[in-house]
Design a protein around this ligand. Structure first.
Ligand SMILES: [Mn+2]
Length: 299
């Protein structure tokens, strides 16, 4: 941020938007950067995710050639980065939940940029408090269904178990890495997993049935490691065999078309210096989702 009072400051917001498209009061969408990183297991660097996504978003075209309009027109406000102060993870998640809830109660569509996946429980709880009956759709390589991991129940590897603890139905998509106890839990709880190896053959009929089984309102959590590492190498725990770009957009388009998505997050980007393509995939993915959201709210 430019702090020199004599110089006009460059906007640091998502999409490099002018004030008229990024003021909080008039924006339908709010972007909350959360560079939170405490429980990562392998590669580090997710704390740099939000800044890298914002930077890449400033070099994107704002016209969407598929949707044939500029989604930024509905207003995208970018908040200053939020980091919980508490050392205790439960207290930290409470802080983040309060922050998320404020924006949901103001009627905003909240896009949280991570940071590590553990943070997802906070906006999910906030969305549950505000909207009551919600489902959670998860794009991810990992099931994240451990009861606890490395001594904490707030680990990134346990985040979807915490979501399950909230009594919320989930739809995990692209999963290809989990432990035997997680597989057992998923089976017993009847979690309808779309496995990574099923992505290529996932037809509209099956996908519509899976969506129909969820409540009308959904929260979307997108772990960038859902994608194949050939497309997104910049993530802490990459797994081969993930999603490809256009088929994934088809799924997202269908979700935003048939469900009321109330909020979403995009997590686990761990930028690699000198190799910005993953940052651009993440920024474009976020903007595609905002576009699908805008299409529905303008219809
Ligand atoms: Mn994850």
């Amino acid at each position: 941020m430019c702090q020199n009072p004599g110089m006009p400051s460059l906007p640091v917001n998502f999409g490099l938007l002018p004030d008229v498209q990024s003021a909080y009061a008039t924006s339908r969408i709010v972007v909350l950067p959360v560079p939170f990183e405490r429980t990562v297991s392998y590669g580090r660097g997710t704390a740099g995710g939000p800044a890298a996504i914002l930077r890449a978003s400033q070099s994107m075209e704002l016209y969407d050639e598929e949707l044939r309009f500029e989604p930024a027109g509905i207003g995208i406000a970018t908040l200053p980065p939020f980091l919980p102060e508490a050392f205790d993870l439960a207290a930290a998640m409470d802080e983040l939940e309060t922050e998320c809830r404020r924006h949901l109660e103001a009627g905003k569509f909240l896009l949280t940029l991570g940071g590590e996946h553990s943070l997802t429980i906070a906006p999910v709880r906030a969305a549950k408090r505000v909207h009551a009956d919600i489902g959670v759709i998860q794009f991810d390589a990992h099931a994240d269904l451990r009861d606890e991991f490395e001594g904490t129940i707030y680990s990134h590897a346990a985040v979807m178990r915490r979501v399950a603890d909230e009594g919320l139905p989930t739809l995990p998509i692209g999963i290809r890495s989990l432990s035997a106890p997680e597989a057992e839990f998923a089976h017993e709880a009847g979690v309808p997993i779309v496995w990574g190896h099923e992505l290529a053959e996932l037809d509209d009929e099956r996908f519509d049935r899976l969506l129909a089984a969820l409540p009308e309102k959904v929260y979307l959590t997108f772990d960038i490691d859902y994608f194949d590492p050939s497309l997104v190498p910049a993530t802490g725990t990459p797994e081969p065999g993930g999603g490809a770009w256009y088929p994934t957009l088809r799924l997202l388009s269908r979700i935003f078309e048939t469900k009321q998505v109330v909020a979403m997050d995009l997590v686990e980007l761990a930028p690699i210096g000198g190799q910005p393509s993953s940052d651009f995939v993440a920024a474009k993915l976020a903007y595609k989702c905002l576009g699908y959201f805008a299409r529905r709210s303008l219809a």
